[in-house]
Design a protein. Structure first.
Lengths: 258, 218
């Protein structure tokens, strides 16, 4: 229990440091590191992540339509409530954890064990400024961008599939969708995915900088801790966010009294 | 080159005027059994026979400006114990350290490693940095075009030391601590490493160059 509290406190402190030191992003080495992080998480991952996300989104629509024998209105509601608000940010977050989260925690843990983090301190460079700030900002921005890609492709794929499987034209589905969707839905999913990205990056950076040992065996342990905790936190944030914004969680199973 | 044996001292620390001339003075806490280190400003010095533990204690005291309880540290004429945070930061900026392995980051090439501290501490100097780095590498007998694009995994032990050394020279430190300068080098590379001090002396006249050598039994 004490260990969990220490990790939570450590992550909060790291988060506080990132917020206080955002200005270091203007320094050339940090800008370079931020660019690399955005390229790795947001750009080079796009093809794989978007394809997998789109496939998952489309499959969800296919199953729901088949099981519920859905009509046009229900298909659009599912696209909006499930894919746009929930599945899009969640798929992007889970894929970012799998790809970038593991890379960040492994890289930082290896740097810590090999003495490179100490080298930075001895150059009078705060490792949090150089290693954590650009990663947190880069992963957060990239998660939001990937969420947007996943949403566009998953919703587009879902509409195409719905048009084929139910008796409704693509134009009618699109029209219903844009009538029902509001800017709040878009802002909600973007803010949520930014939060997901921050949470993933902070947890992965924390475990990377605090591996549970000084041998190479500590690296996979740090990675497991980071992946497990960031996945749990993303799920928790998703529930809290849905409850706070829409007064409901678990797709409406838990509803707030407003 | 003067030799500062851990068990011996080369000057008296009794007066304030004497302290002002000290580049590195370290008196371990009583009971440690370690000898004092007392090095005057200027020139090249060698501290030999350091065990790993003692070297780590010394480096921690000097680079973190945190001597052990009961120990005394005088750095560039200043008694570290009585300094405030701003004075400590300013003092620390005047000291540089070259680890035995060069202290390079594995995911950056030689150029990025060399200019990393410059980018943090004096980003305005980055613009003219390329010429300065090439001149320094040329002065040390290295080919900048061959070395600068290399990642540390593709560099020899000597090239790593070279890149690490140029990195600290760019900051014009008044005190340079070099760990195990000849370690892991062949005869030709050791001869090249012998040229490190003259380049530093030419760049920072009056600066102090201290080699920290381990002991075979340590």
């Amino acid at each position: 229990m004490i260990g969990v509290y220490r990790e939570f406190e450590g992550c909060m402190r790291l988060m506080g440091h990132v917020l206080r030191r955002l200005r270091v992003l203007a320094l050339p080495p940090v800008t370079e590191s931020l660019t690399r992080q955005i390229y790795f998480t947001g750009a080079s991952a796009t093809a794989g992540i978007v394809l997998r996300g789109a496939l998952l989104g489309t499959l969800i629509i296919a199953y729901v339509i088949d099981v519920l024998d859905a009509n046009s209105a229900l298909a659009v509601k599912i696209l909006l409530w499930v894919v746009l608000r929930e599945i899009g940010p969640l798929i992007a977050a889970v894929l970012v954890i799998q790809r970038s989260g593991t890379a960040v925690v492994t890289e930082l843990a290896l740097m810590q064990i090999s003495g490179e983090v100490t080298s930075l301190r001895r150059m009078r460079i705060d490792p949090r400024d150089y290693l954590v700030v650009p990663r947190v900002v880069g992963v957060a921005l990239s998660t939001a961008a990937l969420t947007f890609y996943v949403q566009v492709i998953a919703v587009g794929g879902g509409m195409l599939l719905s048009a084929i499987t139910i008796d409704a034209s693509l134009g009618q589905l699109a029209n219903d969708f844009f009538l029902l969707a509001s800017p709040v839905d878009f802002a909600y999913s973007m803010i949520k995915s930014l939060l997901f990205g921050v949470a993933i990056a902070v947890i992965c950076c924390y475990h990377g900088l605090h591996p549970p040992g000084v041998s190479i065996n500590a690296v996979p342990k740090a990675a497991i801790n980071a992946v497990t905790q960031s996945t749990l936190l993303v799920m928790l944030l998703n529930v809290i966010f849905a409850y706070l914004v829409f007064g409901q969680a678990f797709f409406g199973l838990v509803t707030a009294k407003i | 080159m003067s030799h500062a044996d851990p068990a011996a001292r080369s000057d008296s620390a009794s007066s304030h005027s004497a302290e002002a001339r000290v580049a590195l003075g370290y008196e371990p806490s009583a009971g440690r059994g370690d000898g004092r280190i007392w090095i005057l400003k200027g020139g090249s010095h060698r501290v030999a026979g350091l065990s790993d533990t003692r070297k780590a204690r010394l480096l921690s005291a000097v680079l973190d400006l945190k001597p052990e309880p009961g120990a005394r540290l005088v750095l560039l004429g200043l008694e570290v114990d009585g300094l405030g945070p701003a004075e400590r930061t300013a003092l620390r900026a005047r000291v540089a350290f070259l680890p035995a392995g060069g202290g390079l980051l594995s995911n950056l090439n030689a150029w990025e490693n060399i200019v990393l501290p410059l980018g943090f501490h004096t980003p305005g100097r980055l613009r003219g940095g390329a010429g300065e780095v090439s001149d320094l590498l040329g002065g040390l007998g290295a080919d900048p075009h061959a070395l600068l694009p290399k990642l540390p995994e593709r560099m020899s032990a000597y090239e790593k030391k070279l890149a690490g050394y140029v990195r600290i020279l760019l900051e014009n430190p008044e005190l340079v601590l070099v760990e195990d300068l000849g370690g892991g080098l062949d005869a030709a590379e050791r001869a090249g490493a012998a040229g490190f001090f003259p380049v530093y002396q030419a760049r920072c006249p009056g600066g102090t160059f201290v080699q920290l050598e381990g002991s075979p039994e340590a």
